[in-house]
Design a protein around this ligand. Structure first.
Ligand code: NAI
Ligand code: SOE
Length: 390
């Protein structure tokens, strides 16, 4: 079985999730498409890098991510840093002929996303953007039902991504609240996950009509380091301006005629990782809530009227990736499993020489949808979304 050497850039939240996936992928998927070898990890300084190597099982560490790009022994570059490094690192990795998995959002702007997409097309390598929630087995099951026609023609999609970790005005101004690093706020950070699922389940988004707002205009500064995601407060520290959005709501028109909506905020007290969608079709409906991610709620119009209603399917061996995951339904699918499935599909594409979704073309298309949402929120009108050329 082939071994593929991984260089990871960034040892924070996603560094942890991706390292876990590399270690666990062959334990779940066997025979594995390849064995990921955790060769080298880069962090912002030598001490952080050494700690990341020890903790996440990498053989070596570096304080300079370029060392990974220049290393001929590395096959896969994994970009898990804040968004401001995605474009520079990905373009350098593509030019060096490495396969790339890059965290979402692909980039801070659509211009950066286009440059990244152009670079990977020219290089002919396998590229993936890490919108992992679509790899929750219940979400894959929703897509299977839709493809089989079980709910008929899709009429509407209602999606949300609601969290509360930044609702407190004293939770810190980390990199996620700085446009120069993040590119945007809630829009790029979490609304994009729902956009990815909407495209995966329903199809291309043709136009949008949006509202965006920033509720908390300044926060105490957190300088450097991993984002603590609201877990530490410093109400006495110096405050600085938040120059990104806190909340986005948009109506959607899909290319095939379906309509929909999307709401995202990180300021919704009581909501944790409330990623939901409800899809209504001519023959039934599907409802998903990530906080109950083992479950898919389905209602089929063909059911007898006296029994019709939402019922719960618990994902397990009979469902997508069921043979690789746990042997009994409802044992518990976690965030880690979505990353393990993602790693499997990425390595499979590398070994088989195919493409994988979502890739940099999808990441660029989502950046164009984000642009349309920003433009619509500013103008108050519907805005058409251009389509990425194949
Ligand atoms: P984080 O703040 O937890 O960690 C980022 C790490 O990158 C920090 O440890 C930091 O020291 C390091 N770093 C910064 N500059 C660096 C450099 N020049 N070289 C090497 N390392 C450097 O951030 P988190 O949550 O891990 O986010 C990283 C990326 O993953 C972002 O693009 C974010 O949007 C995405 N993300 C995706 C998630 C998903 O569900 N797919 C979940 C969380 C984040
Ligand atoms: C913070 O909102 C965050 O870590 C996002 O950056 C991720 O993409 C999301 O999956 C979890 O929440």
């Amino acid at each position: 079985m082939q071994e593929l050497n991984v260089g990871l850039i960034g040892g924070g939240f996603m560094g942890k999730a991706h390292s876990l996936a590399y270690a666990a992928m062959p334990m779940f998927f066997w025979p594995a498409p390849a064995i990921p070898v955790r060769r080298i990890v880069a962090e912002a300084d030598a001490e952080l890098a050494a700690t990341a190597a020890r903790r996440f099982g990498f053989e070596r560490s570096t304080a300079d991510w370029r060392e990974i790009i220049e290393d001929p022994d590395i096959h896969v570059v994994d970009i898990a840093t804040p968004n401001n490094l995605h474009a520079e690192a990905a373009i350098a990795a593509a030019r060096a002929g490495k396969h790339i998995i890059c965290e979402k959002p692909l980039a801070r702007t659509s211009e950066e996303a286009k440059a990244m997409y152009d670079a990977v097309k020219d290089a002919g390598i396998v590229h993936m953007v890490a919108f992992n929630y679509r790899r929750t087995p219940a979400v894959m099951l929703a897509r299977k039902y839709i493809e089989e026609g079980a709910i008929g023609k899709i009429l509407s999609f209602r999606g949300t991504y609601l969290q509360d970790w930044s609702a407190d005005p004293d939770s810190p101004l980390s990199w996620r609240f700085q446009k120069s690093i993040a590119g945007s706020g809630t829009l790029g950070d979490i609304a994009t996950h729902v956009i990815d699922m909407a495209r995966y389940l329903v199809g291309e988004i043709a136009s949008v009509n949006a509202m965006m707002t920033t509720w908390i205009p300044d926060r105490p500064v957190q300088s450097g380091g991993a984002d603590l995601l609201g877990t530490s407060k410093d109400s006495d520290g110096p405050r600085a301006e938040v120059d990104v959005d806190d909340e986005v709501i948009t109506m959607l028109r899909f290319a095939d005629g379906a309509i929909g909506s999307l709401e995202a905020t990180r300021n919704a007290y009581g909501r944790n990782n409330f990623i939901t969608f409800e899809i209504h079709g001519t023959e039934g409906s599907i409802h998903f809530n990530y906080e109950r991610r083992d479950e898919l709620q389905v209602c089929f119009a063909a059911d007898d009227p006296d029994r019709r209603g939402f019922r719960t399917v618990y994902t397990g061996p009979a469902h997508p990736c069921g043979d690789a995951l746990w042997p009994i339904p409802a044992l518990g699918i976690g965030y880690g499993e979505t990353k393990i499935i993602e790693a499997h599909d990425f390595f499979k594409a590398i070994v088989e020489g195919g493409a994988v979704s979502p890739n940099f073309a999808d990441g660029y298309q989502i950046a164009l949808i984000d642009d349309a949402i920003v433009e619509s929120a500013a103008s108050g009108s519907w805005v058409e979304v251009p389509t990425v050329e194949g």
